[in-house]
Design a protein around this ligand. Structure first.
Ligand code: FES
Length: 145
């Protein structure tokens, strides 16, 4: 049911953890299942994503897609990171079962929320980036979910 790549990223997730003093942090929740994803970005002055980490309270597909998404955005510019959609992540993983497609949205949304946080802190605009709907701020988890 799952591709080998999905199983590999689920069993050996890349980039799990946190970044202290991250340039941008994004936390989103999935309304369907209540799972939560947090992404930390370390972005240099040139706008290149030097490091990225994620933490999740989510299912195996969310772990695998986030692991792959972090691999895909690492070393990219913030503008290139906007191209890492859930579709691109699923393709890189050789697909996901249809019932698990919504899980891959968590990674994309959390990256966008972290980019939004970075843009806000630096007073810049990232083309095509909209304010995330479901960004959860520190300490608000209980009220919202
Ligand atoms: Fe919640 Fe997959 S079931 S993210």
């Amino acid at each position: 049911m799952y591709s080998e790549k999905v199983m590999d990223h689920f069993q050996n997730p890349r980039n799990v953890g946190e970044i202290e003093n991250a340039s941008g942090v994004g936390t989103v929740g999935n309304a369907k299942c209540g799972d939560i994803m947090r992404i930390f970005l370390d972005i240099d002055e040139a706008g290149i994503i030097r490091d990225v980490k994620f933490k999740t309270f989510g299912c195996g597909a969310a772990v695998a897609t986030s692991s792959m998404a972090t691999e895909l955005v690492k070393g990219k510019s913030v503008q290139e990171a906007m191209l890492v959609t859930n579709k691109a992540v699923m393709e890189a993983l050789d697909g996901l079962p249809p019932v698990k497609v919504h899980c891959s949205l968590l990674a994309e949304e959390a990256i966008h929320a972290a980019l939004w946080d970075y843009a806000q802190k630096n007073h810049i605009e990232i083309e095509g980036l909209k304010q995330p709907k479901s960004d959860i701020h520190e300490g608000e988890e209980e009220e919202e979910y």
